[in-house]
Write a protein that binds this ligand. Sequence first.
Ligand code: FAD
Length: 376
Amino acid sequence: MNTVYDAIIIGGGIVGISIAYHLALDGAKTLLFDRRDVGKATDAAAGVIGPYTAPSSIGYGLDALFDLGVKAAEYYLTLSEELDLDSNTYDRCGVLKVAVSEDEIQQLEEQKSLFLKRKEQIGDLSFPSSHEAKELFPPLAPIKGAIYTSKAARVDGRRFSHILYQSAEKHRLTVKSLGVESLIIESGKVRGVVANGDNFYAEKVAIAGGAWSRAFEQQLGISIPVEPQRAQIVHLSLPHVKTANWPILVTFRVYYILSWPDGRLVVGATKESGSGFNPHTTVAGIQEILGETLRVAPQLKDARLLEVRVGLRPMTPDLLPVLGRVPELENLYLATGHGYSGLLLGPYSGKLVAQMMLDRQPETDLAAFDVTRFSS
Ligand SMILES: Cc1cc2nc3c(=O)[nH]c(=O)nc-3n(C[C@H](O)[C@H](O)[C@H](O)COP(=O)(O)OP(=O)(O)OC[C@H]3O[C@@H](n4cnc5c(N)ncnc54)[C@H](O)[C@@H]3O)c2cc1C
């Protein structure tokens, strides 16, 4: 007799493992499939946590996304306590947004007024001078203006996902490193999935396949317009420098430098729409990132080059994730399209989708993220 799981999750990036974590800890017998594609976004991601870090051009002008981002950032504090995360995995380090050149000043001003409107959600907000900004982030070039808020945090996506895996596996999670080929659908209900030619059965199924989620479109007869966007990111090292208290540095050309206590700096990232499923590094991509690094922080010219990572962001046309039940199939759920902010949103999205899969009302309304928005 085949085992019937309470839930099957397709995809084991930050989104899939977060759903599985919440289900397994609630007692649901859960099976997670992860094909571990090269280009898995979670493994390449920088780790910037906070909607206060991103300009509206990458989606945070949209109220629904900003509000979800604020709750998701707060939820990290809960998880940090629950999982006893150390400062090499998660820490609140603040964010410093700087205008280095004249062409960034207008965006700085726009962002200031947006932030002042949302001050209640953002909390502390200050506008450091060039001198004060350099005290916060010593390698910084002279700047035209800055915004600082202390609430933003950094997370190491790989370490954090690994901790979620370990914790969920102590409860009721089983993991298989296999690709799901198709869904088993009978009489308007999903019964399970086919992987490696075998059938696996479950009461509920969730698709959290990141940039690869579209593969199920045809079988479902619905549009899931998630496209891969290649992102390259460079890791540098300043071996003898105390970087633990440096805030995340963000420019209005939408690049960032995120520092870890061991002197590792993560600088990125490219936004290569139309890349397809080609997660390789390029000369132009690396030049773009390093050029921006030296424009903003010329004193990093002697930093050591450690590695270049590359991932495929799962992008939707409107920059909002896809979260919720698939219409006409009462037991199939989607959790994908987290684009630029999957590390930020993923744990909270996972919690909300798990609540739905456990037949509970999600604590945050997900109407804005429903897949039916693409059907008209
Ligand atoms: C360079 C870079 C920097 C980033 N920086 C940040 C940041 O600072 N902050 C932030 O919030 N976000 C950031 N992001 C975005 C974030 O990484 C993504 O939004 C997030 O990781 C997406 O998670 P996911 O679980 O949906 O997808 P992924 O992490 O890509 O995981 C999807 C998994 O599903 C598996 N899969 C797919 N189809 C199947 C199948 N049929 N069967 C089995 N397995 C399957 C894949 O193999 C893969 O392992 C960054 C992304 C990149 C690439």
